[in-house]
Write a protein that binds this ligand. Structure first.
Ligand code: KIV
Ligand code: ZN
Length: 519
């Protein structure tokens, strides 16, 4: 006998992740090619459909990052950004060529305000340039995304005309960004519907949105766009990005999943990888996640009031609309401590996506044992920081020793020894406090001049024996760069954070380091 089953097929929404492009444009963030590759592998594991790897024309470092990701991450589509001109498009194509599923993402502004003041071009010129750009990109690769920058402040008829033109030229995805975070949900839905209705050939392409968070509406606007029938959502992990950032991937995905009764769509995201990805992005970019951040903040699943705790103990769903395990929190069943052996530590590192070479693992394991002697439980956050210290060894300027004296009636003084080019460089400095003295001593040793624009200190996780984690943003000349350091000693954590910023600035050529014999 045949049994008829109700099959509820949900519409699939694609997730276009731009953490490595728009996210990397956050003030103070500067990832090197290795760090970008590490995040790209994790994004592939997370299950994003498209990964925007960078803006190749922007710098040789960006080009290299996109090239390596396109070569090595082959399970997802890899996109590269290009302005609507031949030089950018050639460069994007060179970076992507050899990739398994490349997409050129080209853009030009279409709003009256951008065309008049920024581009100083007439709408006809913009239309022509958009079509030319897409035509050129199409001669290189089949998958072309076209973005109308500042679309939400553009005129509907003009936007539809540009979109109709680029579809004819070969675009496969049309993006309607809310570039300046100005839209409101109801207005944005109506706008997208109107543009889609008036665009000739719209049924042949996918429609995408890309929302910024200037009014805190990026996620709400993206979800509203789902209601208008779009096929792709652009977002970043932890919502990082230009100014107030982009729509946060984890918030979008969990809203669509938790309220699928409302949205009736699904994504391919492996939600149990969300927490891990969020932590990796935070650690490598140096951008700390606010404690009350939805989904991935430290307090997102913490119940403080007695009434709430009582309710949760009786029945979790009283105050919990999602289970933390769904996003990959609390998956560790084995507690690591001083009795843990090589196998357990190795397994946990592998589970965290931290694949280390044998000698690197031995070093991390030795540090793990030292830490476990000082701390009862070694947490996931601790393991990340141990692996990070291992990576510091690849830095060109490393900490050899640090000595600080400070107290109520003492002038804070720091003496620093750094290794650079196989030589030890040393000097001492006084400052307003021990951290200031240590940073000044580093600058004195290296002949650099950094200005601290942000400093924060937090415990890596709960408990009196938690390690201190310091995040800094330092300005060298015109360039802002972030760094992060972890240690049980907060002055040492500060120095490690500052040195990470120095190393990042150094590899980008933003600072020069004084040689020993030039001192
Ligand atoms: O915000 C924006 O408009 C962009 C485009 C390049 C898509 O980032
Ligand atoms: Zn953007």
């Amino acid at each position: 006998m045949l049994v008829r089953k109700e099959v509820n097929v949900m519409r699939r929404i694609e997730i276009f992740d731009t953490t490595l492009r728009d996210g990397e444009q956050s003030p103070g963030v500067a990832l090197n090619a290795d760090e970008k590759l590490q995040i790209a592998h994790q994004l592939a594991k997370l299950g994003v459909n498209v990964l925007e790897a960078g803006f190749p024309i922007a710098s040789p470092g960006d080009f290299e990052g996109v090239r390596r990701i396109a070569q090595e991450v082959r399970s997802v589509s890899v996109a590269a950004l290009a302005r609507a001109n031949a030089k950018d498009i050639e460069c994007a194509w060179q970076a992507l060529s050899g990739g398994a599923s490349p997409r050129i993402h080209t853009f030009i502004a279409t709003s009256p305000i951008h065309m008049l003041y920024k581009l100083q071009k007439s709408p006809e010129e913009v239309l022509e340039q958009a079509i030319e750009a897409v035509r050129l990109a199409k001669s290189k690769v089949s998958d072309i995304e076209f973005s109308a920058e500042d679309a939400s402040r553009s005129e509907v008829d003009f936007l539809a005309k540009v979109f109709s033109g680029v579809i004819k030229a070969g675009a496969t995805v049309l993006n309607i960004p809310d570039t300046v975070g100005y839209a409101t949900p109801e207005e944005y839905t109506a706008f997208i519907r109107a543009v889609m209705e008036r665009t000739i050939g719209i049924e042949k392409v996918k429609v995408s949105v890309h929302c910024h968070n200037d009014l805190g509406l990026a996620v709400a606007n993206s979800l509203a766009a789902v209601g208008a029938g779009v096929h792709q959502l652009e977002c970043t992990v932890n919502g990082i990005g230009e100014r107030a950032g982009n729509a946060a991937l984890e918030e979008l995905v969990m809203a669509l999943r938790t309220r699928r009764d409302q949205y009736s769509v699904e994504t391919s995201i492996v939600t149990t990888e969300i927490a891990r990805t969020s932590q990796m992005v935070s650690r490598l970019t140096g951008m700390i996640i606010q404690h009350n951040k939805a989904i991935v903040g430290k307090n997102a699943f913490a119940h403080e009031s007695g009434i709430h705790q009582d309710g949760v103990l009786k029945e979790r769903s009283t105050y919990e609309i999602m289970s933390p395990s769904v996003i990959g929190i609390d998956v560790e069943s084995i507690v690591l401590g001083k009795h843990s052996g090589r196998h357990a530590v190795h397994q946990r590192l592998t589970d965290l996506g931290l694949d280390l070479a044998e000698d690197q693992f031995e070093d991390v394991f030795a540090r793990f044992k030292q830490l476990a002697d000082r701390k009862r439980d070694v947490t996931t956050a601790d393991l990340f920081s141990l692996a990070q210290v291992q990576k510091e060894k690849a830095d060109q300027i490393t900490l050899e020793y640090l000595q600080v004296s400070s107290g109520t009636h003492l002038v804070p003084t720091a003496t620093i020894g750094l290794m650079y080019n196989g030589e030890r460089l040393e000097d001492a400095a006084c400052g307003d406090g021990p951290v200031d003295a240590a940073f000044k001593a580093i600058d004195k040793v290296l002949g650099t001049r950094g200005t601290l624009s942000h400093y924060s200190l937090q415990a890596l996780d709960g408990g009196e024996d938690a390690q201190g984690e310091v995040a800094v943003t330092v300005k060298f000349g015109e360039n802002l760069v972030g760094g992060r350091g972890v240690s049980t000693d907060i002055i040492e954590a500060s120095v490690r954070g500052y040195l990470q910023a120095v190393n990042r600035a150094f590899v980008r050529g933003w600072i020069k380091v004084r040689e020993k014999n030039a001192r």
